[in-house]
Design a protein around this ligand. Structure first.
Ligand code: QUE
Length: 336
């Protein structure tokens, strides 16, 4: 192990530890990191000395900001589809491994947790969020869709919260993530080192000791309205219902929807509705197929350019409006 390792693994008492260690890139996952996680989980699967696995992100800004979308954009633009496929194949396989792992897998989330970071945590039985955690599935902002099993996860959140989060990409706090079902425990940052040490001593039993009373759900007052607006059948109908609502939260949602890729809104809504009836494995397989078709849209390369490469946050979407997206092009993405 060296200081430069982007994934640092260690044994500590009764647990195995995984540290995502690329803090300058907000611990965003590249293929090497995905492989390191998959390899160590296989090693520990049968290891009688490892009772549980604890995963954390290095630094105090992020658990994991997602995938290495800059590299994926380069791969897409240069026509290197095999590399892009390999990334998603191994990432989604890791998501399934985590969901079905035979030992407790505990994610300590103290900072942002988006996209691929959700895939490394939310499928697991234990997700501890601090007051500095921020959860989001912001893929529509890069012309993509919530993947890593999110088309399975989001439709299973209470009411239409998952549709709201998946379309808008809006971020929720650690406490709200527990209310929404994205996290299972709430522990303040100041207690995280003690919790971590207690996990090595006592295993998952330590989680309850450090679980704190939750602040109120900040979306509680809007739950019924969110369910009403986001249960509409089409993106245009969702927008119409939000406009009719006239509330501050609805204006924020509208602002988000108008910023993200119009095409991505349409294919994300379709993918989320379809995911209600799929198993996680089926959802991941369907997502894999969808990566091939949606990434070929110009919006993916443009979205990553605007949000991550140039950071001008001014993507030029094609088509540019929700109304201008041809339903037939969306239908074609789902014709199996
Ligand atoms: C939407 C996204 C992502 C994003 C920004 C968006 C995303 C993602 C990253 C990201 C962050 C830090 C990095 C990096 C990528 O940003 O999924 O390589 O160092 O991974 O607006 O979906």
């Amino acid at each position: 192990m060296t200081a430069e390792d982007t994934v640092v693994t260690s044994r500590d008492g009764r647990i195995g530890r995984i540290l995502l260690n690329r803090p300058k890139a907000l611990n965003a996952l590249d293929l090497q990191m995905i492989r390191a996680c998959a390899t160590i989980l296989e090693t520990w699967r049968e290891d009688p000395h490892v009772d549980a696995v604890v995963i954390q992100g290095a630094g105090d800004r992020a658990f994991c900001a997602g995938g290495d979308i800059r590299a994926l954009r380069d791969g897409q633009l240069s026509g290197d589809r095999p590399s892009v496929d390999q990334f998603f194949r191994e990432e989604y396989a890791l998501n399934l491994t985590i969901a079905t792992y035979p030992k407790p897998y505990i994610a300590l989330i103290d900072g942002i947790c988006m996209g691929g970071g959700i895939g490394l945590s939310v499928h697991a039985p234990y997700r501890v969020a601090t007051e500095h955690a921020g959860f989001a599935m912001p893929e529509t902002a890069i012309g993509f869709f919530p993947d890593i099993g999110a088309t399975f996860l989001l439709p299973r959140l209470p009411g239409q919260l998952g549709t709201y989060l998946g379309l808008t990409g809006l971020r929720v706090t650690g406490a709200d993530a527990v209310h929404a079902g994205l996290a299972t425990h709430f522990t303040p940052r100041t207690h995280l080192a003690d919790l971590s040490a207690a996990l090595a001593r006592d295993g998952a039993a330590a989680l309850a000791t450090y679980n704190q009373t939750l602040p109120a759900f900040s979306l509680a007052a809007h739950r019924a309205a969110i369910d009403h607006c986001f249960s509409a059948a089409t993106v245009s109908d969702i927008v119409t219902r939000l406009e009719a609502t006239g509330a501050e939260w609805a204006d924020a949602a509208l602002k988000a929807l108008r910023h993200v890729s119009p095409s991505a809104l349409h294919f994300t809504l379709r993918a989320l509705r379809r995911g209600r009836d799929l198993t996680l494995k089926q959802a991941l397989d369907a997502e894999f197929a969808l990566t091939r078709t949606t990434m070929a849209y110009p919006d993916f390369a443009e979205g990553v350019r605007a949000m991550v490469v140039d950071k001008d946050r001014k993507p030029a979407w094609r088509p540019a409006t929700i109304q201008a997206v041809d339903p037939a092009t969306i239908d074609a993405l789902f014709a199996d």
